[in-house]
Unconditional design. Sequence first.
Lengths: 429, 241
Amino acid sequence: MDKAVKIPKVTIAQHGVWTKETRQEINHKAVTGQHRVRGMGAITRFPNFDDLTVLPAQLSRLSVDTYRESCVTKTSLGSRFASKPLEIETPIMISGMSYGALGKEAKTALAKSTQIVGTSINNGEGGLLPEERDNSYKQVVQILPSRFGFSLESIEAADALEIICGIGAKPGLTGHLLGNKITKEIAELRQIPEGIDLYSHPRHGDIFGPDDMVLKIKELRDITNFEIPIFLKIAAGRVTEDVKIAVKTGADGVVVDGCQAGTGAAPVVASKNLGIPTLPALVQATRAIEDMGVKDEFSLIVSGGIRDGADVAKALALGADAVAIGTGANIAMGCISCQKCHEGVCPVGICTQDPELREKLVDDAAQRVANYITAMTNEAIIIAKAAGKTKLSNLEREDIRSMTLEACAMTGIPLIGTNFTFTEPFGFF
Amino acid sequence: MESLTITDQTSVEVNQMLRRLIKEHDELRIENPHSIHNLGTALKGKCKVTINGSTGYFTGGFLAGPTLEILGNTGWYTGDNMSDGEIIVHKSTGSNCAPSMMGGTLLVRGNSGSRLGFGMKGGDLIVCGDAGRWAGYMTLGGRIIILGKMGPVIGESMYKGVIHTVDPDVESKIGNNVRVVNITESEKQAVTALFEKYQIDHPVDQFKSVIPLESGRHKYTLFNPTHRQSSDANVNLHHKI
């Protein structure tokens, strides 16, 4: 052969185990000796509501006119013991994101959006920002172990209380707010030194167990004159046991936060490896509430990876009374998911305390979030009406089917094309 | 003085009655408290309420003005989240006394259990007897004064605030991210004023102060191998439980 044959070189772009991200993780640890902390929460692909489909009404039942007949979206939460339950226009709430993790303008915009659509905002850790309370339609106030900025006045300003036991993005861990976001104002509100890396208190100093929680809730009932609802927020883990305990503590409802939930900062290992996804958590929570015989009175709110109206409709069908959104609302305000929330360098002015960056928040942030919630609610209505419902809350588990064996086994909802489940059936057939 | 006798009322009923009577009286007295929980929740205004006996958990939670004088013992979480006023316990308290306390004074004439002043944010907590472990954990402010012996892990990861102690072993008992210094003159004056007010006979010169690190920046060691440390090395016994 006169000319040597040039054999193309094969470049292996990606190794099955030693991926680019894995190699970067190892190098980070090799240099720092520390675990990595990052914003946004888990990036793992989890089973989610896409693995379910809703059955449309045809001959066995009639669908409802999408554009002309009405569908009730008003949602009432926490009426178990509270005389003034949380009444909102849509079952989509804005979840707790702290002033500190988010800038003042972003928090205020979120609050304003709740006025536009008639829903609630949750203050998150670090105190209740006056601009948030002044602009919110309904204000949920969190009671966290740290009690940063929390006082009797916070309770008196609330339309509902939420006692935090855990959050889905880092269950078993607590708030991480790194020094570049702890400005003078944030430090004063939280009573901490300026510029430190803050790792919040791990557990409530006045609630060291479920029996103490019973007394704490009684104390809060006394303060609020049995008027406003008291919810417990738990990260999804041992959901069955935790929800049953929540019922026994005398709360009005529970917020179950799946492991897809977002956060301003968390150890990557925690976001990636702790907790269970929202979908199976919701099924376990509903089962637990039904086992306790309180389905009609005990509110169930789910959060963690809720993206659109289909997620809302399916969550309601599986037993939720409402959902809470965080990351989705931030994306509506311009978040590009750069996962640098912890660094305080948010290029779109949401998760930052830098005055110059905060100016980059889009002018119509409040309206965009309101539009997003409106469109999500529209989508949920479209699905509910197609399934023959005149109320979103009438969606039920018989209306849905599993698209995958995995979802079927996880939820107990029959696989499409069958009336069978490959696990404990979930309430029908 | 108006006197109440608790029979079969719930804590909510008793507290509602107290809130009403506080507006009309300068002094109130509660007989037979039956150690009920949640007694004196979120009371406001100015009034002295004397409780002739012992109370349960969460005594004087969210207190915002009045003086509660308990002639017996109190349970866990005494004075949780209190912002103003006084709680004076003549005997001892259970654990987690004054969690997240914001202001006012909590005086314990006897002993107090573990984790007193957990996440405390302000006010004065005085214990005339001994105190359990993990006192002043992650405080954000306030002053804790202990006249007796203290358990281990004093002031773990305090952000702000001060713990005054006369425990001779304080150096070996402190938690991480805090240091021991001598009490300052201004602190002596403040403590002396408190002691005079509450008729506590104790010299103030002997106090040491446990305070946060100057930088306020905490360091945490999750994995701490000890096999290569010599016996005389400064072994960091993190979280000495």
